[in-house]
Design a protein around this ligand. Structure first.
Ligand SMILES: [Zn+2]
Ligand SMILES: [Zn+2]
Length: 176
């Protein structure tokens, strides 16, 4: 995820480099994850435009059945990296554009995609993590995994919320 672009910055503006990405990178959790996909760099004036289509799988816990599974996440990266040395020289021109503050090619001409990828993975993370789209989850009453077995609670009523209401109703009916 780190690329030395010293040679690339000497090529004419408009030049493009294409990479196949298939490597392990330490991302958010501190665990190494395999990153696969395609990266294209375009040389702009004093900056590099990076576009990438990357796929990563991370460890997740299913929001319904609470089991661990591998969550695939896709990141479509589209960012511009400024050269740190150039930017320092241009400090008088005013603050850099919001959102691009951290995207620098450092003094050793290294373009580091890891932080950008980390942010894109957070943005593209599903709101609800499910081990599979039709995960049935765990039974509200007995806690058993409904993907594995149909417990007795489910047989008594097709909808557990009704079962709870019925139970409440019969209880109140017993009172004098
Ligand atoms: Zn699940
Ligand atoms: Zn049950």
């Amino acid at each position: 995820m780190r690329y030395n672009v010293a040679q690339f910055l000497m090529e004419p503006v408009g030049s493009q480099w294409d990479f196949q990405v298939n490597e392990e990178a330490v991302l958010e959790t501190g665990v190494k994850e395999r990153v696969q996909g395609h990266l294209q760099l375009t040389h702009f004036n004093k900056s590099i435009w990076a576009r990438a289509e990357l796929d990563v799988e991370v460890d997740e816990v299913c929001g319904r059945c609470l089991k661990s599974f591998r969550q695939p996440i896709h990141a479509s990266i589209d960012e511009t990296f400024q050269h740190a040395v150039t930017t320092k020289r241009d400090e008088d021109a005013g603050p850099p554009e919001a959102g691009n503050v951290e995207l620098f090619i450092d003094e050793s001409d290294t373009l580091d995609l890891r932080e950008v990828l980390r942010q894109y993975l957070i943005l593209n993370h599903p709101v609800k993590s499910l081990c599979r789209p039709d995960c049935k989850g765990i039974c509200l009453f007995c806690g058993s995994d409904r993907n594995l077995n149909q417990c007795q609670c489910q047989k008594q009523s097709s909808d557990p919320r009704w079962a709870r209401l019925v139970a409440l109703g019969s209880r109140s009916g017993e009172q004098p």
